[in-house]
Design a protein around this ligand. Structure first.
Ligand code: DON
Length: 561
């Protein structure tokens, strides 16, 4: 069939406005009545089953959270914490903060040695863990926003643990390589490394202790984890090995429901993560900085786009280092950080061609290497509820400690604090006083589950792991869809880049042409190649269709009904 004049005009317009978008398109998974996107197929299936049996998106998200704790041991967890962003069918939005908190016995300099040097205790071993929040957070969400009985959401995970599941190639590889530190801790070595007789692809991975823990949680609720048998065993193990978490810390742990941050960009409304996530303010500040620069005219993948976005990243990350922390402990100057006048001055400081050295970029003054192991999943049901969850142990396999008799790994989230304000942490992030350690405080996070609305209706929901790169990966996928009009799968697949102010390097995935890279170098950027950045799980809402886009960088899957 010959193209009509209208399609010709459209094609010409597309070519003019979005150069760089390939004419091929990777296809998302499409369905009408429900969609689950996670990084592991058993967990995706668990979520879909819940939707099929009448559960809503919150129910499915709870079931996925428990399933990933079994099938994605390096990041899925009950020994960690995270954030759940919810947009209900009636238009309400909420944010459940179930991130780890510093134990009562934590103190500002707890990770410094006698010479004031940071030790590895914030990343490895019993002292690295914050009080886990996942079980409390998932129960809170289920009780307040779910429909199905709690036990029915936990049981599938308990069964996956006690009956076992078949390990994929990547899962076996991850256990073998990703968790090297696991060998130092006998319980972790026995369970995850089979005492050095590593698991192979195709093996069945059975976790009886975890199965029993999950069975208790299914029967007795979060009370078991925070006050019951699980709490008792965990506190005893901590005490026996110099860990800080006590029974009292566990008993006092509460999930906190917070108001999401919102903002607008190019006619869309963004609903995103508030502090103690640094991500929402980052996404909103960077989009606002970009708005009006005309950066998008450069076209996806161009040096112009990478340049403007990197300059926005650099400026935001300088603010992050200085101003962001737990809002229950420090005053986070949100209004100032998002003030259009401040953002306009930041925008004006961007040279249209040359990179600004980070040494010349300072945070605003206002008055008054580990593997990518966090995980994000996104769920939508047929009533219009949307849930985006990012949760984590922090580093791959967390602190590498498995609680004796309980079968689950503990987080090393304490490393997200500034162990020594002004010095880089595991992710090379420089952070300041606002994120210093204090008892009961929540470490600053980059996790940023985000939902974009158009005309008040869900348009795109997404998130990613990747430490500080999370914020930029989410930003880039949003820009790819909103400004470059890529379909959601292309937007997720598209090569990513990252800058975090310090170190002053631009990290880029393969996929940018050599001449683009050369152009960027000539503008003053120091470029470092990385294999893969992040692992986005996104859903796009399109004329009654749900389009699920897992990340081809890993074994993510999308399934719909
Ligand atoms: O909350 C945070 O920002 C980090 N704990 C996330 C860690 C992460 O994504 C691990 N991946 N590299």
């Amino acid at each position: 069939m010959l193209p009509t004049p209208r399609t010709l005009i459209l094609l010409a317009a597309t070519a003019l406005t979005v150069p760089g978008v390939p004419t091929w398109a990777a296809q998302p998974v499409r369905a009408r009545h429900g969609m689950v996107v996670t990084r592991e197929r058993h967990a995706t299936e668990a979520g879909l089953q819940v939707l099929a049996s009448g559960g809503n998106a919150v129910d499915a998200a709870v079931a996925v959270g428990f399933a990933l704790a079994v099938t994605h041991s390096s990041a899925g967890n009950i020994g960690g914490g995270g954030f759940m962003l919810v947009r209900l069918a009636d238009g309400r939005t909420t944010f459940i903060d179930f991130r780890e908190r510093a134990p009562e016995a934590a103190s500002r300099n707890m990770y410094l040695d006698a010479n004031g040097k940071a030790t590895q205790d914030s990343t490895l071993g019993y002292r690295a863990s914050g009080v886990p929040g996942t079980v409390r957070g998932l129960e809170y969400a289920s009780q307040k926003y779910g429909k199905l009985p709690w036990a029915s959401l936990v049981r599938p995970a308990a069964e996956l643990a006690s009956k076992g599941f078949t390990l994929s190639y990547a899962q076996a590889q991850s256990l073998r390589n990703g968790g090297r530190g696991l060998a130092r801790f006998p319980e972790s070595n026995r369970i995850f490394l089979r005492d050095g007789k590593f698991y192979e692809p195709g093996d069945t991975f059975v976790q009886p202790e975890l199965g029993r823990t999950l069975d208790r949680i299914a029967r007795l609720g979060a009370k078991d984890f925070y006050e019951g048998e699980t709490a008792r065993l965990l506190a005893e193990d901590m005490q026996a090995h110099g860990g800080l978490i006590t029974l009292d810390d566990l008993r006092k742990y509460t999930a906190i429901e917070r108001k999401p941050l919102t903002g607008t960009y190019h006619g869309y409304t963004l609903v995103t993560a508030p502090p103690p996530s640094s991500g929402g303010v980052g996404i909103l500040q960077m989009l606002a900085m970009l708005d009006g620069t005309g950066f998008e005219k450069g076209g996806a993948g161009s040096a112009t786009v990478v340049h403007y976005m990197t300059e926005a990243m650099r400026r935001y990350f300088a603010d992050r280092a200085e101003h962001l922390g737990d809002p229950d402990f420090v005053k986070v100057p949100l209004t100032a950080l998002l003030d259009p006048k401040y953002i306009a001055s930041q925008r004006a400081s961007i040279d249209p061609v040359q990179a600004t050295p980070s040494s010349q970029v300072r945070a605003g003054k206002f008055s008054g290497h580990e593997s990518v192991e966090t995980t994000h999943y996104t769920v939508a049901d047929d009533q219009g509820n949307v849930v985006a969850v990012t949760y984590t142990l922090n580093g791959g396999y967390g602190s590498k400690v498995t609680a004796a008799g309980l079968g689950f790994l503990l987080n090393n989230e304490m490393d997200d604090f500034a162990a020594k304000p002004g010095e880089a942490n595991m992710f090379g992030l420089i952070q300041g006083e606002a994120n210093a350690i204090a008892p009961r405080k929540t470490p600053l996070s980059s996790m940023v589950p985000t939902i974009v609305l158009k005309d008040g209706q869900p348009f795109l929901a997404l998130g990613s792991p990747g430490g500080p790169t999370i914020i930029n990966s989410v930003l880039e996928v949003i820009v790819n869809v909103l400004d470059f009009h890529m379909n959601v799968q292309d937007a997720v697949n598209w090569p990513r880049f990252h800058h975090q102010w310090m170190p002053d390097t631009l990290q880029m995935e393969p996929g940018y042409s050599p001449d683009t890279v050369a152009l960027l170098q000539s503008r003053g950027y120091t470029i470092r190649r990385v294999n893969a950045q992040g692992e986005v799980a996104a859903i796009r809402f399109e004329n009654g269709w749900l389009e699920g886009a897992p990340d081809p960088r890993t074994e993510g899957t999308a399934e719909g009904r």
